[in-house]
Design a protein around this ligand. Structure first.
Ligand code: SAM
Length: 327
């Protein structure tokens, strides 16, 4: 029977987000704009090292894993890691956050390896705007990738949309309509002020987005939270198959319910996204640490979790970008 991993505030840590690479095939304006060097291959955790951390964390009560990055599908043979994680006792949910560019070719093999579901990032339906926001003209690949993920049964599929004022806020209703017409599960996410986000401060609050949807498309009825460990609050338009979720890290702080760690591609375990604290697992892994020693470092990371972020006081992390942490 697995233990419970509790922090100082009695929150149960049961979810680990793992960045498998800091490489990405896009350059999104709010995420990945720096020309900073990527990690050297030797500095990135191997699949064996990641699986060892997950095995120990699973013994401590972690049961849900999300693979992210950078872009997780650009790490070679990612299916191999999924297979390894799938075989770990106690892990019952493996998901991925991806830009979907490579899903047309990979969705079936990811599913076969044991991936349960995907969250796909898409901020616009307009080709030219996609190129402006993400750096490359890949929207056709993304839309095909979404279809491929559905076909492969990577469900429930969720679409993550970051809304920026004056950039894509005129498409809020188009995304909401997709929940009705195509059964999409759309989630609006507030832009966070992280490193490499020079175009920041264009955040549109979830309150404003919700108001706009209700004023134009009708009442949003609260609905069952679909499978996941995340902070979104879910609603639906009357008669809709899909859902509409709101994630408001800035204006609707959900730290109180935080249940997660983040493992960076270079093996640092972060207790909180919005603080710079990290515990170096890679050094321990490569220095011959025993499972008990690694367990103790994981426990220590849980204890380091802060009660809540301090964005309201303009205190934001300055060490790593989202690409480097793993969104
Ligand atoms: N490459 C993958 C993708 O595009 O989904 C996974 C990594 S990406 C860093 C994960 C998520 O973080 C994306 O949904 C992205 O929109 C979100 N994200 C990145 N920077 C952000 C920021 N400054 N504020 C809010 N969300 C952000």
């Amino acid at each position: 029977m697995a233990q419970q991993l509790l922090d100082k505030f009695q929150r149960n840590i049961e979810y680990m987000r793992i960045s498998v690479t800091d490489n990405c095939n896009l350059r999104c304006v709010y995420c990945n704009t720096s020309t900073k060097q990527h990690l050297n291959h030797v500095d990135v955790l191997s699949y064996e090292e990641i699986a060892r951390v997950v095995r120990i964390a699973a013994h401590m009560g972690v049961h849900s894993i999300r693979l992210t990055g950078g872009e997780p599908t650009v790490r070679p043979h990612i299916e191999k890691l999924i297979e390894m994680l799938r075989s770990i006792e106690g892990i019952n949910d493996i998901s991925m956050t991806t830009n979907a560019i490579r899903l047309t070719e990979m969705a079936q093999s990811l599913k076969k390896a044991g991936l349960n579901r995907v969250n796909i990032s898409l901020d616009t339906f307009k080709a030219e705007r996609y190129t402006q926001m993400c750096g490359f003209n890949r929207i056709t690949d993304v839309l095909q990738g979404i279809e491929a993920a559905k076909q492969a049964g990577l469900n429930p599929l969720k679409i993550n949309t970051v809304v920026l004022r004056g950039v894509n806020d005129d498409e809020v209703l188009d995304f909401a309509r997709k929940s009705f017409t195509d059964g999409w599960n759309v989630r609006y996410i507030e832009e966070m002020p992280l490193v490499d986000n020079p175009n920041g401060h264009k955040m549109v609050s979830i309150c404003e987005i919700r108001e706009s949807i209700e004023n134009n498309l009708g009442y949003l009825e609260p609905c069952y939270t679909s499978k996941g460990c995340g902070p979104a609050k879910y609603f639906r338009l009357s008669g809709s198959r899909g859902s509409i979720g709101f994630i408001g890290p800035v204006t609707d702080c959900f730290c109180e319910k935080c249940n997660r760690f983040r493992l960076t591609a270079d093996g640092k375990l972060r207790p909180c996204l919005l603080y710079d604290d990290e515990v170096d697992l890679r050094q321990a892994l490569r220095g011959g640490a025993s499972d008990v020693e690694l367990e103790s470092l994981i426990q220590q990371t849980a204890i380091m979790k802060h009660e809540k972020h301090q964005l309201a006081d303009n205190i934001a992390p300055h060490g790593r970008s989202m690409r480097q942490i793993g969104g």
